[in-house]
Design a protein around this ligand. Structure first.
Ligand SMILES: [Cu+2]
Length: 166
């Protein structure tokens, strides 16, 4: 069978591109621990305030029995609530986030904390923050007129300064 040399060249180019894309996907998943949001748990966005997990008094950071920290957040136009989160450095932190209205995204610059928050689903991300400091949590999915102002504060504090009651 005859294949035109130019066509052959492009077959190699395409195969190389596919190999590169797959490589990037595997690298980010295995090495950088970046995953798409898990569409496993559902939640009713319209009644978050009435539910068990996302009621107002249940939100925020809480120490878990295994030493990790769980942060429960509601994303709503225009912020992540509660607006001021404190977590300890170098500790596994699991974020559980639900949207009260439309599609949002959350991103903490210079870290791998980033996920989409799709209404109706609970987005879960586990990461840890090696460096203490104040970080913005930004919305990275356009969600309306106030999107540019949709951010909340994440403070990473030294382990011994972190008080589980906060
Ligand atoms: Cu938003």
């Amino acid at each position: 069978m005859h294949i035109d040399p130019l066509e052959k060249k492009w077959i190699y180019v395409v195969l190389a591109a596919i190999a590169l894309f797959l490589g990037v996907i595997f690298y980010t998943a295995a090495v950088r621990n970046i995953h798409p949001p898990g569409h496993i748990e559902t939640v009713d966005s319209a009644s978050l305030h009435l539910g068990e997990e996302f009621a107002e008094d249940k939100l925020g950071a809480r120490a878990q029995a295994d030493g990790s920290v769980r942060v429960t957040l509601v994303a709503a136009r225009y912020g992540f609530y509660p607006r001021d989160i404190r977590v300890p450095e170098g500790t596994p932190v699991t974020f559980r986030i639900a949207s009260a209205d439309v599609l949002h995204g959350v991103h903490v610059p210079m870290t791998n904390m980033s996920t989409m928050i799709v209404p109706g689903y609970i987005s879960t991300v586990t990461t840890s923050f090696p460096k203490p400091g104040e970080y913005p949590m930004l919305c990275n999915e356009y969600c309306g007129m106030g999107h540019d102002h949709m951010w909340s504060k994440l403070t990473v504090v030294a382990r011994e300064r972190w008080n589980a009651a906060e």
